[in-house]
Every structure is written in C-alpha cells, then in structure tokens.
Design a protein around this ligand. Structure first.
Ligand SMILES: [Zn+2]
Length: 274
C-alpha cells in the first residue's frame, strides 16, 4: 500500500514538474535577460558581427537580451585544444540569436552544446552507393548540425565569415538554420510554420526556387545561391538563410517572392537595415 502511495506521489510530482516547466523557463529567462550586458561584450559584437551594427536600436537591444539567455542555457566546448573565450561565445551566440529576433522562440530547445574546433574538422560518414554498398569516409567540414543536441563549428571559418560579412556565406547562420528546420520534428527544409496554408505556400515557393537552383547547378549557370543548396531541400533552406542575412539587397532584387517568404518566417527585413 505504502509502495503504491509513493509511486503515485512520485508520479504527481513528476507531472507537476513537467507542467510547470514552461513557467520555470520563462522565469529563468527573465532573470537572465535582466543581467547588465557588459561593455566589453558590446565591443565584441561591433567588431565581429557586422549585422549587429546594421540593426535598428530596438532589435540591437533585443539581440543583447537573447544573447544573455542563449549564453545562460547553452554549453560551449572547445575541441582539439581550442580555448573558449568571450570573443568566441559572443560571436557565435549573436549570430545564432539573429535568427530568433522579433518572434516567439524557445531558443533552439533541442540544442545543448556548441562544439568549437580551431579549424575545419573531420567527421566519419557512412554512405550507401547505388549498388547498396555502404562506404565509410572522412568528411572535412566547417560546421555541422546534429539533431541530438549539438552544433559543431570551425573557428577559423567563422573568422573568415566575420572578415567578409557580405559574401553570402556564414557557417553559423547555416548550422543554426538546420536547428530551426528540425524544430517541427523533420529536417526537410521547412521550419515550424503557424498554419497548413503557410506550409503550402512555403512548399510551393521553395520547390520552384530549389528546382531552379538544381537546373542552374547542372548547367553551371551563375547563381546568387551556392550550388550546395541544390544538394537537398534542408541544405537549400540553410544556404538561402545565409544569403538572406548577408546579401539581403541582392536576394530581394533577384528572388523577390522567396525573399518575402523568408522575411515572413523570420519576421525581419534585412534589406532595409542601414
Ligand atoms: Zn548544411
């Protein structure tokens, strides 16, 4: 009898704990975002994150608040001897949070850790060929997003992106776009959208543009988007996200409907920032 009571009590406590989770998260985030943002951190943002300087004041303020929450919730791990500094944490957190501005967010709920390597790093890949034979190979990567709670990044490549902020490439934006993509349970190039109609519109516009990029890549035509986006729809979403934030004017002029669709999702219009 006592055993049954204890089990029932444990169940009630567990349910109550789960039920109050969102409330506890909200309180924790309120406390984190109320911390004073250190002046040296602002200097890092200005030095490293070109988009920060272009944001209107209210979005700069919101970005700083989101960074504080992100830093309070995610763990940074240096790999291959790499040392995590404020410069590293701020540079990554700022660009991860750029994708979360101006809308309701649960701060990449699946993500727990950011692993930072000094340079491009090798990962093991197994791939099946047309004959069904599985091959093991090493792939050299600048970044990778895992669905089990990690993002992997090369600091050398991040520094390259910081030095060339308008060339259309940004490994941080790319990998965190993959994290957004998986929030609805599937990594398929469509992040969580509010309605069936929005999914249908998203799917129609993305498919059209994805097919056009595949055709251009097969022909070798010049394109605004890297051919890597033609690998699969998930990569297409990550690649166009990079361009959306780093070459917004070109994007808006050359692929207006697609730009509008991303602007509706991100609730941002980077083409009008300074
Ligand atoms: Zn990718």
């Amino acid at each position: 009898m006592l055993g049954l009571i204890l089990v029932t009590l444990a169940g009630v406590i567990a349910i109550a704990w789960i039920a109050t989770g969102p409330l506890r998260a909200r309180k924790r985030r309120q406390a984190l975002s109320a911390i004073t943002f250190p002046a040296p951190w602002r200097a890092i943002l200005k030095r490293r994150v070109a988009a920060y300087g272009r944001l209107p004041d209210h979005l700069q303020q919101e970005l700083r608040r989101k960074i504080l929450i992100f830093l309070g919730e995610k763990q940074f791990i240096g790999c291959n001897g790499f040392v995590i500094t404020d410069e590293v944490r701020l540079t990554i957190a700022a660009q991860a949070c750029l994708l979360l501005l101006n809308r309701q967010t649960d701060f990449y709920p699946d993500l727990r850790q950011i692993l930072v390597y000094p340079n491009a790093f090798y990962v093991e890949r197994s791939e099946k060929d047309a004959a069904g034979v599985v091959w093991e190979r090493h792939a050299l990567l600048a970044g990778e997003s895992w669905s089990q709670g990690q993002v992997l990044l090369s600091w050398h490549d991040i520094e390259e992106d910081c030095a060339h902020p308008h060339d259309g490439y940004n490994v941080i934006l790319h990998e965190f776009a993959h994290q957004l993509d998986q929030e609805d349970g599937q990594i398929d190039g469509a992040p969580a959208l509010p309605s069936k109609e929005r999914y249908q519109r998203w799917s129609r516009i993305m498919q059209q543009e994805y097919d056009a990029l595949c055709t251009a890549a097969a022909r070798g035509d010049a394109t605004l988007f890297d051919y890597y986006g033609a690998t699969e729809p998930a990569e297409f979403f990550a690649v166009i996200t990079e361009v959306f934030f780093t070459r917004a004017n070109d994007f808006s002029q050359q692929h207006h409907a697609l730009y509008q669709e991303l602007a509706a999702y991100y609730r941002l219009d980077p083409a009008v920032w300074n």
